[in-house]
Write a protein that binds this ligand. Structure first.
Ligand code: PLP
Length: 456
């Protein structure tokens, strides 16, 4: 087996910042040991997120110049509509400025108090957009998805029995929508099988409830189906994508992931009445239905990105580069979430630094040291982000305590990834010396973004 190479060459380059360990010591202190508060110009390899951080192709940059900026009926909208319809098959394709805008519109119409919306695992903006108008967001992942060390092909699947039970117990009229997130981002970027999508859609049909995909990483999910699910090995990605969407009635979509752009989103559906309501809301906050919250050039780049995102050579390289980092870490004994997902490698903080108690934020300690050692920025997804306190102020830890290394699309080369693996390896070798952190400032909500820390 030959090396799977980057299926592109580099035409335009951007220097990456270099700092010394002494610089980084001072930068960490000044930013309250919170990597969200570090300036990007002080980060050498930025693995904070894969959202909107991808590199556009030369053809996409050509689209930026070629975009039609007409207020109504722009050619770029019709190109996007046809590219999205070609893959997703929906009747109504509505552009939005990003995924969460599509969510807000959808749940303003279908959600509200007394309504329950199940998902394999809700992404945080999806949950917030359901809860804000008073609805209830319920996560129903399969049991396999809760165990970081367990190897299972489709850890992103939804528990179909639990779904049926929820619909019956709440009453189908109180469940306006069933969602399925592909791949399951909050559950570790794990894929959902075609069999599971089909089974969920059968429950949805039985009770007359629409099924929507949270489709951000639909192409990565399709590639996992091709590689892992029997009967799909010789099917093309486009055929697999079309089948995935054929079981659903609509989708929300952040183009900042698998459409390979820096901004953009879509809300799609077949239902005419729902589409009319959505477009009426869209006009108030996003814009006219043929541009959503986007410039014509953005619509054009999303259309091109949708075509490039389902290219099999690209997807093979994409998933292999994530798996490659996972293998390099495993070979050094580093505990990671298995198997590696589509867009990120997750370190298992509890096994990495077992000496640090949960309430002293083991993941934060790893994130800080990784930046200190190599200028690599990762994100804590654990006690800081999801830790809660009971009425006595006792700490309630989350199910998983992870550090996420998200890989931007088409941005870093193999030697950058080798460097990341070396930096993580160095932190792991020195793990016994790592200590915990305490919070010195935190806001009332979403504390991970702005909290400040100090070493215990
Ligand atoms: C990124 C993301 C969203 C929200 O999209 P934005 O473009 O960031 O608003 C929703 N769901 C999932 C699964 C995501 O990964």
């Amino acid at each position: 087996m030959r090396t799977i190479i980057e299926p592109f060459k580099i035409k335009s380059v951007e220097p990456i910042p270099m700092t010394t360990p002494e610089d980084r010591h001072e930068i960490l202190r000044a930013s309250g040991y919170n990597t969200f508060l570090i300036k990007a110009e002080h980060v050498t390899i930025d693995l904070l997120t894969d959202s909107g951080t991808g590199a556009m192709s030369a053809k996409q940059w050509a689209c930026i110049l070629d975009g039609d900026e007409s207020y109504a009926g722009a050619r770029s909208f019709y190109r996007l509509e046809s590219a999205a319809r070609n893959l997703f098959g929906f009747k109504h394709i509505i552009p939005t400025h990003q995924g969460r805008a599509a969510e807000r519109i959808l749940f303003s119409i279908l959600g509200g108090s007394g309504k329950t919306i199940p998902n394999n695992t809700h992404f945080d903006t999806t949950r917030a957009n359901i809860e804000l108008p008073g609805g209830e967001a319920v996560d129903l992942p399969v049991e396999e998805g809760r165990h970081p060390e367990l190897i299972y092909d489709f850890k992103g699947n939804m528990d179909v029995d639990a779904l049926r039970h929820l619909v019956v117990s709440r009453g189908p009229s109180n469940v306006p929508l069933i969602m399925l997130t592909v791949t399951n981002n909050s559950g570790g970027g794990q894929p959902v099988s075609m069999g599971n999508i089909r089974a969920v859609s059968e429950v949805a049909k039985e009770f007359g409830i629409p099924l929507f995909l949270d489709a951000c990483r639909f192409a990565e999910n399709a590639y996992f189906i091709k590689k892992r699910e029997s009967g799909y090995g010789s099917r093309s990605i486009i055929e697999i994508v079309r089948e995935m969407f054929s079981y659903s009635d609509g989708c929300t979509f952040s183009a900042k992931k698998d459409a390979l752009v820096n901004i953009g989103g879509l809300l799609c559906m077949n239902d005419d009445d729902l589409a009319t309501k959505a477009k009426n809301l869209l006009v108030i906050t996003e814009g006219f239905p043929t541009y959503g919250g986007l410039a014509g050039r953005d619509l054009e780049a999303v259309a091109q990105g949708l075509e490039e995102g389902v290219n099999e050579r690209y997807l093979e390289y994409r998933l292999r580069s994530v798996e490659y980092l996972g293998e390099k870490l495993l070979s050094q004994g580093v505990p990671i979430l298995l198997p590696t997902g589509g867009h990120a490698v997750y370190l298992d903080s509890r096994r990495f630094v077992p000496q640090i108690p949960q309430e002293e934020f083991p993941g934060q300690s790893i994130v800080v040291e990784l930046y200190h050692v190599g200028g690599v920025r990762a994100v804590e997804i654990g006690s800081v982000m999801f830790g809660k306190y009971d009425s006595q102020g006792k700490f309630i830890p989350p199910i998983l305590d992870l550090v996420r290394l998200a890989i931007p699309r088409r941005v870093y080369t193999q030697s950058h990834i080798d460097y990341v693996a070396e930096a993580v390896g160095e932190v792991y070798l020195a793990r016994e010396r790592l200590g915990g952190y305490r919070i010195t400032y935190q806001p009332p909500l979403l504390r991970h973004f702005t909290a400040r820390f100090e070493p215990v």
